[in-house]
Write a protein that binds this ligand. Structure first.
Ligand code: GLU
Length: 278
């Protein structure tokens, strides 16, 4: 059975771009006689608020979208993410990284540069080279650390090349080297978007992920995590991003195009659906 989801982060109000993504997933689920799941991705307690979550429910209901309850709220499942991270760590696939952003920049400068990935220069691997003794003594001294994926070790563990299915662009060869030794557990929030999203999509039996093409490169990493955690990979539908009149991507900071403000200025949900091509 076709199972899809919309997984917003309540870091602000939903805008037209989110409406497009949600309606696309919702319509696909209906066409396929499948299920539509709403998930709240609020692990980043520095940026997410319960008020924004309530606003998401209100906006989606106004658009005519219905979802299954109870809704999975990621902040209520931190322990599950920690357990999976512990499992990967005990298999030697994650290593503690004590570097600050400044340390990383300094290291890259000293090395005369670093290969570029999709998010800028790749992590130069400084903490991958620490001995276990050094790791332990820094942890014992109370230094903060993130956990990074040892990509090369992970790929060796998987032992075969990875591909993933993109419904729009066809079979994709995974290129996790675009993200390098990515942070899987952040220092500040105790998990990461990448880890939580992969675990939840697996747990909720998502067969088809509908999301913006801005997350296309993340999928290269997600399929590594799926392979390591024994999660069946879903099919991805990375859709175009909506832009404003000047061609700029819509962002949460542009208040004028939030669903709430459009509603308040008298737009109907039907008008929005039509304008978005539904
Ligand atoms: N929570 C993510 C966001 O709001 C989307 C996650 C996903 O669709 O994979 O950008």
């Amino acid at each position: 059975m076709f199972v899809t989801r919309f997984a917003p982060s309540p870091t602000g109000h939903l805008h037209l771009g989110h409406a497009y993504s949600a309606l696309l997933a919702w319509n696909m689920a209906k066409e396929e006689n499948g299920r539509f799941i709403l998930r709240i991705e609020d692990i980043d307690f520095n940026r997410c608020t319960p008020e924004n979550t309530d606003q998401i429910y209100e906006d989606l209901a106004w658009l005519g979208i219905e979802w299954e309850t109870p809704v999975r709220i990621q902040s209520e499942h931190r322990q599950e993410y920690t357990e999976k991270a512990d499992e990967l760590r005990s298999r030697g696939l994650l290593y503690p990284c004590f570097c600050t952003r400044k340390d990383i920049l300094r290291e890259i400068e000293a090395a005369g540069g670093a290969p570029h990935g999709s998010d800028g220069p790749l992590y130069p691997g400084t903490c991958r080279r620490l001995s276990t003794d050094e790791q332990n003594s820094r942890i014992a001294a109370g230094e903060d650390y993130a956990l990074r994926l040892d990509l090369s070790k992970s790929l060796k563990t998987i032992g075969h090349t990875l591909t993933w299915q993109d419904a729009i662009n066809g079979t994709q060869q995974a290129k996790p080297e675009l993200l390098g030794d990515a942070v899987i557990v952040r220092k500040d929030i105790g998990t990461s978007y990448h880890l939580a999203v992969v675990i939840d999509d697996g747990l909720q039996g998502i067969t088809d992920i509908v999301r913006g093409v801005d997350l296309f490169d993340s999928t290269h990493l997600h399929c590594v995590l799926q392979a390591l955690l024994g999660i069946t990979p879903p099919t991805y539908h990375h859709h175009k991003l909506l832009t404003d009149d000047s061609g700029r991507r819509l962002a949460k900071r542009d208040n004028s195009i939030t669903l709430k403000s459009l509603r308040e200025t008298g737009k109907s949900a039907n008008q929005i659906r039509q304008e978005l091509g539904f």
